[in-house]
Design a protein around this ligand. Sequence first.
Ligand SMILES: Cc1cc2nc3c(=O)[nH]c(=O)nc-3n(C[C@H](O)[C@H](O)[C@H](O)COP(=O)(O)O)c2cc1C
Length: 240
Amino acid sequence: MPRWICKVCGYVHTGPEPPEICPICGAPASEFERLEDDGPAEEPTGAGASAASAAPVAPLAPSPEGPGAALGRISYGLFVVTTRRGGVLGGQTANTVFQITADPPRVALGINKANHTHGLLSESGVAAVNILGRDNLDLVRSFGFRSGRDVDKFDGVDHRPSPAVGCPVLSGALAWLELRLDPDRKADAGSHTIFVGDVVGGGVLREGEPMTYAWYRENRPRPTAADPPRAAGKEGRAGL
Ligand SMILES: Cc1cc2nc3c(=O)[nH]c(=O)nc-3n(C[C@H](O)[C@H](O)[C@H](O)COP(=O)(O)O)c2cc1C
């Protein structure tokens, strides 16, 4: 019996003709290609039957709102990424911070090219990642809804220079990491640059529950009239 593979999702159909519509991904018959090796003359049944061709499989239904609902279920932490270029301090809230290799320990940062912090990071080549706790909503707000171009975000925020690279460590954070950014490993992701940094230091300031992005979204402060009209638009992701 001829066998047909869906070029979109790999579903294999056994029969004289391809199905009108792929039961898995909904691709039309034109997306099916005949496999060179025909299956057995009779429809396979029992122990030898392939799972794909024998078992009826319910087609997957994409969410009506598109992949955004699934993207919203990726989990992140929340951080303030800081840097120092000479006497100029910079820093911003970021959720796109993740350890990318363990040996050597490396961390990646996703930073919007429009941000003041982006320019400072590019020039300084060093960063501190301040790992926030659930009681740090004030820091998320101060560093996430205003730009260092307009205000001094460090005014009134207790901080000290990190020992290895001299970037601001916020005293209210749970812990910090120090990074030396590797210019050969950074990647252009369109609106954002992915910086990759070797972990050259770090420490724990206090115990506490790290803030996750999901928890933040449940408990987030709303921008007030005192905040400049920015952040979500500039960051490019609504609902921050
Ligand atoms: C919860 C939250 C998460 C954010 N995550 C990121 C991020 O991962 N990357 C990024 O570039 N901006 C992120 N932002 C936006 C920046 O923090 C924001 O644009 C900031 O004002 C930039 O400041 P700057 O211009 O001083 O660098 C986030 C903001 C919030 C409130």
